[in-house]
Design a protein around this ligand. Structure first.
Ligand code: SF4
Length: 110
């Protein structure tokens, strides 16, 4: 699936359904903005850009991302996370950055 764009006045939201793990942080966090029963399911202007960005930063998969259109800082990015596959295909070792927010990190499987 390609990333779809939902543009509001002060914030642009994008969504990649292939990454969504259905943790429902979005729909529980801001149901007026994120409503899976409505089309389009994202209506960014139903909350402030601060509220929308705060909920998107809780999306654990990175399926939701945002770009601020009001001059406020965009989404923070973190260090790269590396996972090394061990024998029998199991993850034997992981090196993660200091952030407790896994979403803010970029993952590479080697
Ligand atoms: S918070 Fe992210 S992973 Fe969870 S349902 Fe929403 S888009 Fe999907």
């Amino acid at each position: 699936m390609t990333r779809r764009i939902y543009r509001g006045t002060d914030i642009e939201v994008s969504f990649d359904g292939d990454l969504c793990i259905h943790a429902t942080e979005c729909v529980r966090g801001l149901p007026a903005v994120f409503d899976r029963e409505r089309r389009p399911w994202v209506f960014a202007d139903n909350a402030t850009a601060e509220e929308v960005s705060a909920v998107i930063e809780r999306c654990p998969s990175g399926a939701l991302q945002y770009r601020r259109l009001d001059g406020a800082p965009n989404e923070p990015t973190g260090p790269v996370t590396t996972i090394t596959a061990g024998a029998w295909g199991t993850a034997a070792r992981a090196r993660v950055g200091p952030s407790v927010n896994c979403r803010a990190q970029r993952m590479a499987v080697v």
